[in-house]
Design a protein around this ligand. Structure first.
Ligand code: MOS
Length: 727
């Protein structure tokens, strides 16, 4: 289906099932431990052997030789795969350096060998006995040392600089200006389930049971890296214990499992232990962000500049902190630029709303500083700078934009007017109390997405697509969509996900999963409805599907009559026409935070959080709320605790486990409230939905920081806001 924005209501607008608060249909499987996660799939292939990775102990250099003799002699050892026995693998999608092969070492904990044994313990014990002779070369591991000389990011259209009007002149003549620099640290996804894969060969055919967000991309990447016909590669990932961007692309577990399974002649399973999740996979790069604003005394921005420097090992992909600044606020004179430092650290890549998360931590802090300088309410400052068009391309309107409504609704529900505007001015006993807010902004992305639906003889429907459920609720919203379209109860719909043998979906990433994968199912269901209507000589455009029946022109027929002679199968995809490309598609939130700071110890407690979100139709208020409160929790981590500490001498992340890398726990998270504004966006998707998952994170860090400033009167511009910085 080529989606063209409809004039009026569609089946989805009935909202009998879609839009209704629905608990996860996969919930019971998960809480009873029956959901099959990658490493636990003991039943998918017989005779599985265990692989354990030998990681590099240096960050840069070369493997001179490897002594395997002692390791090979250990009990249970089947084989050892070494990096020097295979050529450097070509880059797969999303990779900037090879995952495996050759003797060059580019980052600490790069995989150098896989020891395969009968048990996990045997493989691990033997792996410790592999002796590697290294030739070490010095590297650049210190982001702060390299950042000042970092060159501009080179995009496909040249350097990543955007200029509108004359920033310098407008800034020089503005009555009120600020010039501030914010820093965010290197961060890790820290999802619960580590990367894991089981690989098995049947002749030329390779199957990998894994934990991956983007099945179609990753199948293609495996085929390219291992030089296989994509038709001979199958990936299966029905459940994930989180991904957060770390599983958008195939990582080394899948590749060494496949190579070792071939070598061992039997299935091999590999899990990255926690230090390798931190050092061998990807992370979010640190940033240094300079913001300069010029404003009129009434708060209207006349000059906006945002420059962001981040780092990476190779490639041109940095942490795009300026992404939202090009779109969020009006202002005639603008300058934004991205620079990237070459670092001998593990690859940086997408993590938890890449770009906007770190960018808004700086932009929305700077806006708070400007509001204070203007003597203006921070909410009002945002509102006077609203725009309904892309401010860099003024003939490009937003498909829908309810930033102002989010702020007004959020402020009212939060009780923003009771805030003390004097920093450090509110106290309850030993606690300093502060309130802060920030705007949330994240783009909504249209992606092609396909699905197949099968209506069986007993009237039950099966949905098949390679879409993934990374903990987000995909199973449930896809079942809701199909049930709505065919007029069936939710219990009559079965959803199968994550298998590359099924039609290719949009996958899970960039908060594009929900609206595109449901739209793919919508498209397949439209086709199925047409097929059924034709069988009864009914007009598919006016036919109604309800209660297991199709009704038109005063007649009704049971769907089971249509399937009496066998199941009916329909497959289609949603694709978007150029019309929708004429619109900027984004989602908005107002984030509000109340914080308490111990006046004596500096300990920080977030006491209350509220998010008012506008993200098109909310397909399921329960799973959408779960997405947003989970994201708000990540925002607290980003603001207060999360930081990868770099050993700048040896080039690795020191705190490479969940004891040293602190993410918030339940006890850190207070009352959270989420308000969804009524918004239908027919331009964004046939579901009239946009993305929502990452929106819940974007802006939260700044709201926490602004609340901390309001509580203490100390402005910290270096995240995370640990107490040593404001005591
Ligand atoms: Mo997201 S960081 O695009 O999985």
């Amino acid at each position: 289906m080529k989606y063209t924005t409809p004039a009026g209501d569609t089946v989805i607008d009935r909202q009998r099932v879609v839009g209704q608060p629905t608990t996860r249909i996969d919930g019971p499987l998960k809480v009873t431990g029956h959901a099959p996660y990658a490493y636990e799939r003991h039943d998918v292939a017989a005779n599985q052997a265990y692989g354990y990775i030998v990681p590099s102990a240096i960050a840069k250099g070369r493997v001179r030789s490897m002594d395997l003799a002692e390791a090979k002699a250990q009990p249970g050892v089947i084989t050892i795969l070494t990096t020097t026995e295979v050529d450097e693998l070509p880059l797969g999608m999303g990779h900037t350096v090879p995952l495996f092969g050759g003797s060059e070492i580019r980052f600490y904990h790069q995989a150098l060998a896989l020891v395969v044994a009968e048990t996990f313990e045997q493989a691990r014990a033997a792996a410790k006995l592999v002796r590697v002779d290294y030739e070490r070369t010095p590297g650049n591991h210190d982001f702060h040392a390299l950042a000042p000389d970092a060159p501009l990011v080179e995009g496909s259209d040249g350097p990543d600089v955007s200029k509108v009007g004359d920033f310098e002149a407008a800034y020089a003549s503005a009555p009120v200006t600020i010039d501030v620099t914010y820093e965010t640290p290197h961060e890790s996804h820290a999802m619960m389930e580590p990367h894991a894969s089981i690989a098995a060969w049947e002749g030329e055919k390779l199957t990998i049971w894994t934990s991956n967000q983007m099945i179609a991309w990753s199948k293609q990447a495996v085929a390219e890296m291992l030089d296989l016909d994509p038709a001979n590669v199958r990936l299966d990932s029905p459940f994930l214990g989180g991904g957060f961007g770390a599983k958008l692309f195939v990582r080394v577990d899948a590749v060494v499992a496949a190579l070792a399974a071939k070598k061992a002649g039997r299935p091999v399973k590999v899990m990255l232990d926690r230090p390798l999740v931190f050092n061998n996979t990807t992370h979010r790069s640190a940033t240094i962000q300079r913001l300069r604003f010029g404003a009129e005394r009434d708060g209207r921005l006349t000059a906006i500049s945002h420059e962001c420097t981040s780092g990476n090992l190779a490639g041109q992909e940095g942490e795009n902190g300026v992404a939202q600044t090009r779109l969020l606020y009006a202002g005639a004179n603008r300058y934004t630029a991205q620079r990237i430092a070459r670092l001998d650290l593990p690859e940086a890549n997408a993590m938890r709303a890449p770009g906007e998360t770190a960018g808004l931590m700086a932009l929305e802090g700077a806006m708070d500083e400007l509001a204070e300088k203007l003597g203006m309410d921070p909410v009002e400052l945002r509102i006077v700078n609203d725009t309904q068009v892309d401010p860099e391309t003024p003939n490009r309107p937003y498909s829908s934009r309810m930033m102002v409504e989010c702020l007004r609704r959020g402020a009212e529900a939060f009780g923003w007017d009771m805030r003390n505007t004097t920093p450090g001015g509110m106290r309850e006993g030993r606690w300093l109390i502060g309130h802060g807010m920030a705007v949330g902004f994240r783009n909504s992305v249209q992606m092609k997405s396909a699905a197949r639906v099968r209506l069986s003889g007993n009237g039950k429907l099966t949905v098949e697509t390679d879409m993934t459920d990374i903990g987000t609720g995909s199973y449930t919203i896809l079942a809701q969509t199909a049930a709505e379209m065919l007029g069936l109860p939710l219990e009559d719909v079965t959803v199968t996900l994550g298998d590359s043998d099924m039609p290719a979906s949009c996958g899970s990433g960039g908060q594009w999963g929900a609206q595109n994968s449901t739209s793919g199912v919508y498209a397949a269901c439209v086709k199925l409805r047409e097929d059924i209507a034709e069988r009864f000589a009914m007009d598919p455009t006016t036919a109604e599907f309800a209660d297991g029946e199709i009704r038109a022109g005063g007649e009704s027929c049971k769907l089971t009559e249509a399937t009496a002679s066998g199941e009916i199968v329909a497959e289609d995809s949603v694709e978007y026409d150029e019309l929708s490309q004429k619109y900027q598609q984004s989602t908005f939130a107002g984030h509000f935070v109340e914080i308490a700071v111990d006046a004596y110890t500096g300990e920080t407690y977030v006491r209350r959080m509220l998010a008012a979100c506008a993200a098109g139709r909310i397909l399921n208020p329960i799973s959408a709320r779960s997405q947003v409160i989970g994201a708000m929790t990540m925002g607290v981590g980003g603001a207060l605790t999360e930081e990868l500490a770099v050993d700048t001498r040896f080039g690795f992340f020191v705190n490479h486990d969940l004891a040293g890398y602190e993410v918030p726990v339940h006890a850190d998270i207070p009352h959270q409230e989420v308000i969804f504004l009524d918004e239908l966006d027919a331009i964004a998707s046939p579901m009239k939905a946009k993305g929502v998952g990452e929106l819940g994170l974007c802006g939260v860090g700044a709201a926490v920081a602004n609340a901390l400033y309001n509580a203490t009167g100390v402005r910290v511009r270096e995240y995370p806001l640990t107490l040593d910085k404001y005591l």
